[in-house]
Design a protein around this ligand. Structure first.
Ligand SMILES: NC(=O)c1ccc[n+]([C@@H]2O[C@H](COP(=O)([O-])OP(=O)(O)OC[C@H]3O[C@@H](n4cnc5c(N)ncnc54)[C@H](O)[C@@H]3O)[C@@H](O)[C@H]2O)c1
Length: 257
């Protein structure tokens, strides 16, 4: 066995790839010789991301598909585009996610369902679709779920988000146990607080930022590039015996110090 992170030629689908962690993850895969499908419901940002990445990685196949992954007809479109462009798939990164700062007593049915539908339900249905279409027939596949530190700790004013991520953690373990016999590995990466548009409100909040700098042992929030290495590790043969696992990437926040 060679102890190098060899991903060359792998075909990767990333949801929520037009910005934030998803876009940086796409760069990571492309730098390691993969072909990548960027799926995002923000068509304009997705096309822009594809054009910028194509300029940087002209030798790689990169496609952008506009679609809302909470809609079955859109995920059918994404799967068809992957099949058409790549003829198959090796790695699925379930990354698209959303959240909202809302007090639990004010949470609405619509707000709750919007978060659960994207962060949990869509990841399950897309994994199921990709497994049936590609991974089970080829007897190999790799799924990385973008989970969160909030799967492990309660986050005030983000009850739907925390609940969705706790469920993603358990979904990861359940699918890992069930699909190992098909040669499919399922793992998750659990970032702490990452500087992306998802937490734009918090990033503007000086008190919150001061608290975070005091509370995080590494004294800074994560940047999207801090998350990519764990995704690549879990996607590669370096983690061939790892499934059902979660890697917390939080600068030490959950260490309790
Ligand atoms: N930023 C953080 O602090 C943080 C911490 C822990 C976990 N995460 C997780 O990381 C993942 C990526 O988050 P981010 O911080 O990069 O967020 P982001 O808001 O920067 O990016 C999310 C992307 O998902 C896309 N998207 C949203 N809804 C979609 C839908 N229905 N269909 C298709 N695409 C959709 C958006 O257009 C956007 O490009 C999420 O699952 C999030 O929960 C983020």
């Amino acid at each position: 066995m060679k102890y190098t992170l060899d991903l060359s030629g792998k075909r990767v689908l990333i949801t929520g790839a037009a910005g934030g962690i998803g876009l940086e993850t796409a760069k990571g895969f492309l730098e390691n010789g993969c072909d990548v499908c960027l799926a995002d419901f923000n068509g304009e940002a997705n096309e822009k991301a594809k054009n910028a990445l194509s300029d940087s990685f002209p030798e790689r196949k990169i496609i952008a598909v506009t679609g809302d992954i909470t809609k079955s007809e859109d995920t059918d479109k994404i799967v068809a585009a992957v099949k058409d462009a790549f003829g198959g798939l090796d790695i699925l990164v379930n990354n698209a996610g959303t959240g909202a700062n809302v007090r639990s007593l004010n949470e609405t049915k619509e707000g709750w369902e919007r978060v659960i539908d994207l962060n949990l339900n869509s990841h399950f249905y897309l994994s199921q679709k990709i497994a049936s279409e590609f991974f089970v027939p080829q007897k190999s596949g790799n799924i990385i779920n973008m989970c969160s530190l909030s799967a492990f700790i309660g986050v005030p004013n983000a009850v739907a988000y925390s609940a969705s991520k706790g469920a993603v953690l358990q979904m990861t373990k359940s699918l890992a146990g069930e699909w190992a016999r098909f040669g499919i590995r399922v793992n998750c990466v659990c970032p702490g607080f990452v500087e992306t548009p998802l937490i734009a409100d918090n990033l503007q909040n000086e008190r919150w930022m001061a608290y975070m700098h005091m509370r995080i042992p590494m004294k800074r929030l994560a940047k999207p590039e801090d998350i990519v290495g764990s995704v690549l590790f879990l996607s590669s043969d370096l983690s061939a015996y790892v499934t059902g696992a979660s890697i917390i990437v939080d600068g030490g926040f959950s260490s309790g110090s």
